[in-house]
Design a protein around this ligand. Sequence first.
Ligand code: NAD
Length: 490
Amino acid sequence: MTGVAYEDWLARADRLDPYTDHHIDGASSPGEGTAPVVSPRDGRTIARVASAGAADVDRAVGAARRAFDAGPWPRMSPAERKAALLRWAALVERDREELALLVSLEMGKPISEADGIELRAVIGCLRWYAEAADKQLDESPRTDAGSLALVTREPAGVVAAVVPWNFPLTMAAWKIAPALAAGCTVVLKPAEESPLSALRLAALAAEAGLPPGAFNVVNGPGEIAGRALGEHPGVDVIAFTGSGEVGRHFLRYAAGSNLKRVWLELGGKSPNIILPDAPDLDAAADTAAWGIFFNAGEMCTAPSRLLVHRSVTGRVLDRIVARAEKLAVGDPLDPATEMGPLVSARQHERVLSYVEAGRAEGARLRAGGEGEGLFLRPTVFDRVEPGMRIAREEIFGPVLSVLEFDDADEAVRLANDTEYGLAAAVWTGDLSAAHRISRSLRAGTVWVNCYEEGDMSVPFGGMKQSGHGRDKSLHAFDKYTDLKTTWITL
Ligand code: NAD
């Protein structure tokens, strides 16, 4: 929890004077047009930001291209890149409260989480990849005595990172930090809902001394600015986090242009399995509730399908409903708030349409289902059947669907009965069952007796239609480097 009082956050919000231009070639740069940034707190327009057409995107890619082809960044020693990224991390830490305020205002995340979770993650991520930059080794395989083979990792070129609004800075940092550490140059396109924090981050990159063109930010609508990046011949790599629908667009853009490589982190409908022998059923229930309501359920990893053994459903569900009813929903700038509004009117409407679908298809509403403005009370449905839309489709809101099972095999079948494969969890005190079940689950991350735990050192990403490629960990370098073989005949 931040040490700043509610009134102070309100006063700071009143004095808001954010950066609003694109950041191109090391400087702020006006756009072809402008677009409003509307805060979901109260529906007020808090800024107008530059909005790109294809010409702005072309300037940003041009700057990144020149910086890659002829600029200092890819040619610096890894230790020099490390030093620059560490300076950047220190500046983000210096301005952490200001960045947290921007995140909270633009997308509605509770300020205590914007500061305590999001900014902590961003600073940690920048430092982790800074430190990793000069600790990579290349290979020299043993060949015959008359030759020398070198296998080196070369930076992959210009990376366009296109990210969503739910963790606007963390999703960006997971891509920017390893790409820059590897020697790539970057154009970031934040979501239309959350450009302000990204623009502030870019100004800090310039202050930290990153050379012009190494890191650029363009705002703009996905169908225009995102598409222009996807189709641009000067972009070598797309690193995307967002919906499956837009992920498919990027594959098409790449196929229709220069076959740039496309890395996709997409959605999920993650199963959270509670077996009756869970070491602590109350902890399992509390974590299930925390997991689905955290960040108003706007989480790709949200444990949105609770699969619970029929013998313990009553106890687990009563506890989840009690927590749902107690959750502090309110102004995200109040440090006591645990859940803010949904990000936008469009998202609010979308989530409410699922609440309607749940009712219409015969699930039982146990909590929530309504709220004022863009708020929605934590919502719980039980008696959910596997074929219902609320059991199959990603809602991306604070809506839990509870399904029951009779044995572990049925739980695994239900868990895997989805097009997604981002994350899953199992709660059991039986070590063998935990291993057996976790091996059977097709998901990029499986948590045992916990949820959302992790560390920069472990990879994150999906299987099936949740995407491919991994953010975080040293494996992220695979996305931003090409292997080169040099064969020397001695
Ligand atoms: P979205 O796919 O609509 O938008 C994501 C980004 O793509 C935005 O920057 C947007 O401007 C851009 N975009 C939109 N249309 C485009 C187009 N036609 N061409 C090019 N770019 C376009 O997703 P969203 O609503 O912002 O975010 C929610 C989705 O993101 C959910 O499906 C969620 O699961 C997913 N997500 C995944 C992860 C993960 O790591 N797997 C993390 C967070 C969110």
